[in-house]
Design a protein around this ligand. Sequence first.
Ligand code: AMP
Ligand code: MG
Length: 590
Amino acid sequence: MRVFGVTGWKNNGKTGLMERLIAEITSRGFTVSTTKHAHHRFDIDKEGKDSYRHRVAGAKQVLLSSSQRWALLDELRGEEEPYLAEHLSRLDPVDLVLVEGFKAARHPKIEVHRESAAREPLIALNDPTIRAVATDTAAPEGLGPDVLVFDLDDTAAIADFVLEQVGLVTEPKPDFPPLRDDCFALPDGVEWTPVDTALATLRDRLKCVVRSETVPVSAACGRIAAQDILAPRDNPPTANSAVDGYGFANPTAQEAYRLTLVDGRAAAGAPYQSVVPAGHAVRILTGAALPEGVDSVVMQEDVQLVGNELRFSGPLKPCANARKAGEDVRKGSVIVVEGEEITPQAIALLSATGCDEVEVRARLRVGVLSTGDELVPAGEAATPTQTYDANRPMLLELAKAWGFEPVDLGHVPDDRAALKTALDQGAESADVIFTSGGASAGDEDHVSALLSAQGTLHHWRIALKPGRPLALAMWGGVPVFGLPGNPVAAFVCALIFARPALGVLAGAPWRLPLAFKVPADFTKKKKAGRREYLRGRLNSDGTVSAFESEGSGRISGLHWANGLIEVEEDRTQISEGELVRFLPFAGFGI
Ligand code: AMP
Ligand code: MG
């Protein structure tokens, strides 16, 4: 368990710092528990309460439980106070336990020091477990060279320090191991980020970055609702007929009906204007409002008309063939929820209930930049050593297919200054940036070098094939997805990581791709420990084939496939007929 302490003499602000650190560290997505050393007379139980009465009566332990929390009280009754380690072993697993007090225990600590409250010399002067001092004055004198000093109010810096000390965050490392021939091999001793961890981090750290705007329903398809949309009226707005037939009231179990037909009729949009008396029926057409005096309809196929007498056989249920007002949607009910992507079906519902405008999110602007000295835009003359830029057009089209606004940031050579200028421009004109190429660890990999030197690189090595070199960073406040250069890897990373992440930036909830299990019509061996995505094609017999090559430059395989086959980390083999997870491209909105 990772443990870090806050210590200090009385009234120096230990609890205040604890409180600020708990809030800061939990807001960064870590789970935190705490332990506090208190005065021997402390009591969380109140005199007279039932639990107190149990204890005073002699119980050794009292367990109190409610739907909100529970507590276990242990009365030592003369036993020794347990050591901190024993207490820690009782806690459920969390990322970090913050300990207040317990000066004598040997865990690493920060000491709080306030000039106004200082009566005793700093504990840090004589205690090597104190790694830092948080103070409201200038750096105290006499501290060892390894003891850092923080401003007591700089919670973010203290939290960074604590997390770094316990190993929860590591500084981005500038020295990447060189690329190997087998670029997908898992080197020994290197920590790989599992795909799910990378995804959870994106899910937890990202939030909507676009404002909302009002658009007519006719322009809302494909947009993301910025708030819950309520039905302005019932659907259907009044009770009406579900069939062409004859309307009357109060059907009973009787076998033979004889009703007198009134003059006139009720049609959709042309209601019958007067009351239908008891014992009478009125001609009514599908969609017509039920006139007063009508609650049921008999189908025209089931009746006989003799003069103006209508004859048919029962029994008919009350309200037969009638649609109730609001039976589909009630006025004021939520018909589209915040974050929902508005589909043609939602447009039907919005229109049917009388919505004319909706509040939606502005389209997320997705900047796409390709990098590499070898690249030439399609259509221009290229030498055999040059590569046509395939990623930029592909990524721009993906952004468009996902309902975002593609922003073409062009192409830059492998030049750090040019890349920096392009990223600066991208941060101005887009809400999120895709780069492709240069995200690996080679000499020309300026994207990863620049992002780690000047941005905040979140992830580097993801246990994934294809697409291991993926750099996720912030640039000028804008998230950057440093996608691999190989088009297949760029595509897979865009689908698996960027699509759900961009959805969150655009105001949608985190989305999981549509997936189902189908039998494989191929065999495959794989290394454990990394997840693989194969180009797959669902066959008409319900099996799935894998593309003949796993080469990540084989763009033809992307075109051949109609989905991805997801092979889990722990799987080392697929035999023919075994079930594999298939993620159809249609589930990715393409
Ligand atoms: P890199 O990640 O820059 O090392 O590139 C890996 C491979 O992908 C190289 O063969 C590049 O030429 C190729 N590549 C990089 N960017 C693109 C692109 N935009 N279109 C097509 N291929 C590319
Ligand atoms: Mg390159």
